[in-house]
Design a protein around this ligand. Sequence first.
Ligand code: NDP
Ligand code: PYC
Length: 339
Amino acid sequence: MSETTTLTITALQERVEAIFRKAGLNAVQAGAVARVIVAGERDACKSHGIYRIEGALRTVKAGKVKPDAVPELLLTEGSAIVKVNAQGGFANPAFELGVPALAERARKLGIAALVINDCTHFSALWPEVEALTEQGLAGIVMCPSYATVAPTGGNKPLLGTNPFAFGWPRKGTSPYVFDFATSVAARGEIELHRRAGKKLPEGWAIDADGNPTTDPEAALAGAMLPFGGHKGSAIGTMVELLAGIMIGDLTSPEVLDYLGTTTLSPFHGELIIAFSPKAFAAGRPGDPFARAEALFEAIVGQGARLPSQRRFAARASSQADGVVLTAAEIEHLDRLLAL
Ligand code: NDP
Ligand code: PYC
């Protein structure tokens, strides 16, 4: 059995934050970026945990993200649209800056949106959805990526892996949250299969000639496939329209043109929509939160599990016993700190 080390969540946060500070990130960037990466490890979401540090550092080194950016909040009186310009920095501090105004307006108006522009975004979306459910709000979050997914019926990378996440608040228990790539799997999963020397499951990707492949190298050189055939292809396209074109930011093919590679973290915008279920249900019979509970009970009653339950179980275990890292992962963190 390989050797492991257990770190508290705080100790891991300090270690990851120190790596980013050493790489030149200011406190606001390093803190927020480290928080989402550590949350990924804490919740056993390896494709967006410490594995992402190297890519973020490469992006800093390539000059494609500003390590000292200070995001700017742009508010228009009475508007349901809150904007934050990330000023070329990472999306995470921009999100942290915008969320109080977003929540305040969603509560007041029933619905509000946060638009983040000019950001580098490499992270999972559930931390952002959970920042809304913690405030008693439901939320939808989406963003493009870079062109790596062929539309259904096509054979070349065009759409991004375009993640799409939703959260619904629940009293006294973890929220209902789902968060997934609109490709069959996140690109990070393909990369992790490549590193582990494992074949991909069938149906994830095609090679550069458009033929189905289970070889991660061939998949990375070819195209990934949308989940659910034409349905995922259409949802991925919707993400390009709403969280790219509608917010005046880059689409996935434009991101790839701008970066010229998929080895750096993508630069684009992000759309976050918050809803007040109380405001939407006002004047209608029944409490929306109680009715949602009945629906969740019926799902679980059939033996199905709610999305994020695996993640919440991993979180509980990390909070109680710490985050377990392999010797190779600790060595990797030490190496990054020594850079
Ligand atoms: P997964 O397929 O691993 O999981 C998708 C969701 O489905 C999760 O909420 C998961 O919950 C849930 N789920 C899985 N199995 C079941 C089940 N049997 N019953 C009920 N729910 C289930 O996600 P992806 O690989 O598609 O994406 C992983 C991450 O990558 C996401 O966090 C996404 O935001 C991120 N990503 C980010 C991108 C970016 O550009 N920033 C691009 C693409 C992806 P649970 O976690 O509990 O298993
Ligand atoms: O895993 O597909 C992915 C991804 C792309 C950008 C960030 N994550």
